[in-house]
Design a protein around this ligand. Structure first.
Ligand SMILES: NC(=O)c1ccc[n+]([C@@H]2O[C@H](COP(=O)([O-])OP(=O)(O)OC[C@H]3O[C@@H](n4cnc5c(N)ncnc54)[C@H](OP(=O)(O)O)[C@@H]3O)[C@@H](O)[C@H]2O)c1
Length: 124
């Protein structure tokens, strides 16, 4: 006896080819938009969601500003993203220090005179 290949009750993530009431949402998820010409500043890119954001947005063409406190992990993130072909700039930023955050904001203003999108992925 064989299982039905088209069983509608089978578990698992939705497939892009599955019929959906929301083709717009599907296309956004499975075909992320190009981000050429955009600059995105991301906090906490040494691991987790910030690291994934930096990689995904960078591979879609955005210039990525890494806002990390100085560390070997921060150096590794910069090196790996650059090695993957991402246009990436590191700006030191320790979110536990107002002085560091102000200095990072000044650097961002110099680096991105036309503005940027900021994405915070750091634990509160
Ligand atoms: N992962 C998930 O699925 C998920 C889902 C929902 C919500 N969240 C929330 O999203 C946030 C991030 O989660 P995550 O899993 O991505 O965490 P994570 O892997 O621990 O990454 C945290 C990042 O924040 C940085 N960071 C910590 N303190 C900092 C500081 N003072 N200045 C600058 N950077 C600092 C860390 O850098 P260092 O290397 O310097 O420590 C690291 O890059 C958390 O608040 C979490 O609760 C996560």
């Amino acid at each position: 006896m064989s299982a039905s290949p088209a069983s509608s009750s089978s578990p698992g993530p939705p497939s892009p080819s599955a019929s959906s009431p929301s083709p717009t949402a599907d296309s956004a998820v499975f075909t992320p938009p190009r981000l050429d010409g955009r600059t995105i500043a991301i906090t906490g890119t040494t691991s987790g969601t910030g690291r994934v954001m930096a990689s995904r947005c960078g591979m879609q063409g955005a210039r990525i500003i890494l806002l990390n406190r100085p560390s070997a992990r921060a150096d590794t993130a910069l090196r790996e993203l650059r090695g993957a072909g991402v246009d990436v700039v590191a700006v030191p930023c320790d979110l536990q220090s107002f002085d560091s955050v102000r200095a990072a904001a000044r650097m961002l203003t110099e680096i991105c005179p036309n503005g940027w999108t900021c994405c915070a992925t750091t634990p509160a």
